[in-house]
Design a protein around this ligand. Structure first.
Ligand SMILES: [Fe+2]
Ligand SMILES: [Fe+2]
Length: 323
């Protein structure tokens, strides 16, 4: 018997607008971040573009939506609250899973709850709670999507100005290894969600995951069926060799870009079809995004990530140039 799950992957929406920087929350990092937002980023991350992307994503009726971090920009209370409203519009907590990015855990909060506002989107479900390890802020957490398990990691740590690096820490990586082993025995497809690119040499040092080598080793030794990440604001696909076959490591660009900026394309998302049957797990990835005018959504790419060709996504509409 075959079971299929469709998982939409959205990332780095960097919600706009940023409505000022209150004096109480001003420090060097936020001040520089605010200048960068005003000078450059506010022209890139546009809410109308994100709304087009999200409308298209919803029209495809995925079974679940994964948001891999950088929902906001400067770690301001008003931004966390606005992001919670946006998440509530995206879907219910049991239909949307979030992991935080470096812009979500940014700098001192002065008593504000920060990403804790999004806790209902970042915790285990009733099935996954058995895998809870009591780690940092509840990470890693596990959620069940039929024959697929989502494993949420937190790679975001506060850093000095100009540093966008991440770190999982020894405890979270060790917990992940145990969870991957246990889930492997449950015969589910293991999908790991993380903001920072998880492998070594995927991004410059000041923006990289500091313990990528350790994470890469755990993935290689304990296995996973798919890893999804954001942070680079561009698409990426690397097959990581493991003893049970290759693991697709897939990054998606920003979901809100309304302007091409350096290597960063216009807003887009991935729609992953994860098929599990007696032959194993097969995954196909459909990338949809804004056309060059930024007005319509179109198919950007379509590829098989693992296993044989599957056709479940094709039923959703025309394959080329659909708007
Ligand atoms: Fe980002
Ligand atoms: Fe990031």
């Amino acid at each position: 018997m075959s079971e299929t799950i469709t998982l939409a992957h959205l990332s780095d929406v960097h919600l706009s607008p940023v409505r000022g920087l209150p004096l109480r929350y001003l420090n060097v990092k936020r001040g520089l971040g605010y200048l960068n937002w005003q000078r450059s980023r506010r022209r890139v991350h546009q809410r109308p573009s994100l709304d087009l992307v999200v409308a298209d994503l919803k029209a495809h009726q995925p079974d679940h939506i994964a948001v891999t971090g950088d929902l906001i920009n400067l770690g301001l209370p008003a931004e966390y609250a606005a992001a919670l409203s946006w998440l509530e519009g995206l879907g219910r907590p049991d239909g949307v899973t979030v992991v935080p990015g470096n812009h979500d855990i940014y700098t001192v909060l002065r008593g504000d709850p920060g990403v804790a506002r999004w806790a209902s989107y970042m915790r285990a479900d009733a099935w996954g709670v058995r895998f809870a390890e009591g780690g940092r802020d509840g990470f890693p957490f596990v959620r069940c999507l039929g024959p697929t398990a989502l494993i949420g990691l937190n790679s975001a740590v506060r850093t000095p100005p100009f540093i966008a690096a991440g770190q999982l820490g020894e405890a979270q990586i060790a917990a992940l290894a145990r969870i991957l082993d246990r889930l492997g025995q449950e015969d589910v497809a293991r999908v790991v969600l993380i903001h920072h690119p998880p492998l070594t040499d995927q991004t410059p040092r000041r923006r990289a995951l500091r313990d990528a080598a350790q994470l890469e080793r755990v993935l290689t030794e304990h296995g996973a069926e798919l890893v999804l990440h954001g942070h680079n604001h561009c698409d990426g696909h690397i097959d990581l060799a493991s003893w049970r076959g290759s693991i697709p490591v897939v990054g998606i660009a920003s979901g809100s870009a309304g302007l091409v900026h350096r290597h960063e394309p216009l807003g887009r998302y991935n729609l992953l079809s994860i098929v599990q049957d007696e032959d194993g797990v097969r995954i196909e990835c459909l990338t949809r995004g804004l056309d060059p005018t930024g007005t319509f959504m179109e198919q950007i790419d379509r590829k098989v990530l693992s296993g044989a060709q599957v056709s479940t996504i094709a039923n959703d509409g025309p394959l080329v140039g659909d708007r």
